[in-house]
Design a binder for this molecule. Sequence first.
Ligand SMILES: C[S@@+](CC[C@H](N)C(=O)[O-])C[C@H]1O[C@@H](n2cnc3c(N)ncnc32)[C@H](O)[C@@H]1O
Length: 299
Amino acid sequence: MLSPFNFMAQQQQVQSLLSNSKALKKWNNGGRAHRRLVLGLGTSLLVQFVGMAGTSGVGGRSFTAFASIKGGPSVEEILKNVEWPEQCPFKEEDFQRFDESPDSLFYESPRFVTHIDDPAIGALTKYYSKVFPPSNTPGVSVLDMCSSWVSHFPPGYKQERIVGLGMNEDELKKNPVLTEYVVQDLNVNPKLPFEDNSFDVIANVVSVDYLTKPLDVFKEMCRILKPGGLAIMSFSNRCFWTKAISIWTSTGDADHVLIVGSYFHYAGGFEPPQGVDISPNPGRSDPMYVVYSRKLPTA
Ligand SMILES: C[S@@+](CC[C@H](N)C(=O)[O-])C[C@H]1O[C@@H](n2cnc3c(N)ncnc32)[C@H](O)[C@@H]1O
């Protein structure tokens, strides 16, 4: 079983990836790093990198429950001009979890809870209202991937087809925005059960960190999106840590932006990914980050 407390091997693999973000490089060189503790497990991968770079600024420990990107590059900057290594740097062990029992067991009972606080939900809903196709647009289809009983879409949002894909049928049945749902374990079967070029938008809220075959899933997302279709991955700094992949639980928010960006890049067929910080009250409520991309018109 993977020990979540032994980070060094996996960190070395991704350090090469992190070192290719110009924004992160600049931050490291500036020596203005903030030390963070991610979910109580260890220092951020990014900070490890900073530490190895021998900068000052890493000595003063300020462990916070809510990891912050404060003092570092903005989320928008992190994904600008990344020189992605030619080969995807991830290894199999990066996608292992502390709890490798079947996800169907973990999600067997419904959880009618919200996983982020109300201000973070409000920020995501507001963001969706800006980027989603208008409600009731003929022919528009939306997929909420890793869905539950709530999708956080704008109030009254409707389309001909809004599909939820998740693990718990009772939750999906109760989701008022969905016109249909599919129960599927993407870690067992990453093939999305939909036609090519059939969705305008794919959303995924606070769940990208549970995917153990993210590149397969992102390739599938590209296949089922219409050309120009939008994929929106949003996440905060919380998770069911036993079920999140090790590369996520051993890293911090800035790293997560880069990791999700790398999924789009290495899956192929997407425009360069972009990051947005939609955190509603930095430091006072859950942070909320979006990494998004559109399917290339030619893919
Ligand atoms: C933290 S919850 C987030 C639910 C919802 N997106 C929200 O914002 O409230 C994680 C979700 O990911 C889904 N999920 C986790 N592992 C999955 C897997 N292997 N395949 C498909 N969905 C998965 C679960 O069904 C669950 O609804």
